[in-house]
Write a protein that binds this ligand. Structure first.
Ligand SMILES: *Cc1c(COP(=O)(O)O)cnc(C)c1O
Length: 361
């Protein structure tokens, strides 16, 4: 087998070696049950134990207060763009803060099920910027404020969440959930697709304050109804059984690594290595404004598109793969989620420096 590479993809993305090792070990015959996890009935006691453990670990690691319910749902984060509106908006009005492509998509989806007031739009600055409090304008009648915590494509991230003036805060945390400690009680609802930072594709995690769970719009498909998710403990139909199991393994790895405080300080260290380098040279141009920079996705360009392309292929020859930027931004993007080791980031910077010297114009 070819050696494993350092995968800087934005998602699906790297899993920690320890996680993959455990999955591999348990693959064929899970803890002497005589079967693989993906063959198990979701109603059987072996699987229910896996399910319950993953859920409890999430409560523990994120310090989720008791008055919140956790759902494991299908449909990715995109499914939640609709679910949030179907369950909470229901024909009324909500504020959406547009800091990138995914928050825009969330707003477009919500427009099908109610009125959307744009509280901020970063389009004119190329989504390089996370708004300050005074740049936000909320609608008096809005029911909730939706934001995207980390903008995967543009490489910006909220450092602290805004004051939403007593409204319900709804957050898409798909690309930075479990990357740092957050105060869950600031939110009415948090959702995240798992394949960026906490597992594999096929599952989205929803954390919702219990008093917000009510009957959704009549047209709501059952699998997007929070009321039914709560009633059936995420098992209205067959849940994404294997992705839930993988999520449990990732959470176990986070606990063993020292929890979110340790994970956060490692993530800060890793991002600092890259940004410190970017700030001391003039070959590469970082995309995000300094105080809006993401700890998860570092976006930058070389002097031209040909060099961008060469960068991607020469990096790949050294086992540093998937560094191509999203088509909306172009250039390059290094996604350095929880599972990306620090020495891989150091290797990347070493490569960047060599490449810059070789290709200086
Ligand atoms: C990837 C991503 C999405 C879309 O996730 P899917 O699971 O593919 O629907 C939404 N929001 C953010 C912030 C993302 O990074």
């Amino acid at each position: 087998m070819k050696d494993r590479v350092f995968n800087f993809a934005a998602g699906p993305s790297m899993l920690a070696d320890e996680v993959l090792d455990e999955l591999y070990e348990e693959f064929y015959n899970y803890q002497n049950t005589g079967m693989a996890v993906m063959e198990m009935s979701h109603r059987g006691k072996d699987y229910l134990k896996i399910f319950e453990e993953a859920k409890q670990r999430l409560y523990r690691v994120m310090e989720i207060p008791e008055e919140y319910e956790v759902f494991f749902m299908h449909g990715g984060a995109t499914g939640q763009f609709a679910a949030v509106a179907l369950n909470l908006l229901k024909g009324d009005k909500a504020d959406y803060i547009l800091t990138g492509n995914f928050s825009k998509k969330a707003a477009m989806e919500a427009m099908k099920y109610g009125q959307v007031h744009i509280a901020y739009d970063g389009k004119d600055n190329g989504y390089r910027h996370i708004p300050k409090q005074e740049e936000l304008s909320f609608d008096e009648d809005s029911k909730y404020v939706h934001l995207c915590s980390n903008n995967t494509i543009f490489g910006t991230q909220w450092k602290t969440y805004p004051d939403v003036k007593g409204k319900i805060l709804v957050g898409d945390l798909s690309s930075d959930i479990l990357s740092r400690k957050i105060d869950v009680s600031r939110f009415g609802l948090i959702y995240a697709g798992a394949q960026k930072n906490i597992g594999i594709a096929g599952i989205s995690v929803v954390i919702i304050r219990k008093d917000l769970i009510e009957t959704p719009m009549a047209i709501t498909p059952d699998i997007l109804s929070y009321e039914l998710m709560a009633k059936h403990d995420s098992m209205l139909n067959t849940p994404p059984t294997y992705p839930i199991y993988v999520l449990g393994k990732v959470l176990k790895w986070i606990e063993k690594s020292g929890g979110l405080e340790a994970i956060e300080s490692r993530n800060r260290e890793k991002a600092k290595i890259l940004y410190d380098y970017l700030d001391t040279q003039s070959f590469y141009k970082p995309h995000a404004e300094k105080d809006s920079r993401s700890l998860m996705n570092v976006t930058f360009t070389t002097p031209n598109e040909d060099l961008d392309k060469r960068f991607v292929s020469e990096a790949a020859e050294r086992g540093l793969v998937s560094l191509k930027g999203h088509r909306l931004v172009g250039g390059l993007r290094a996604s350095i989620y929880n599972a990306m080791p620090k020495d891989a980031v150091e290797k990347l910077v070493e490569f960047m420096d060599g490449f810059a010297k070789e290709n200086a114009l």
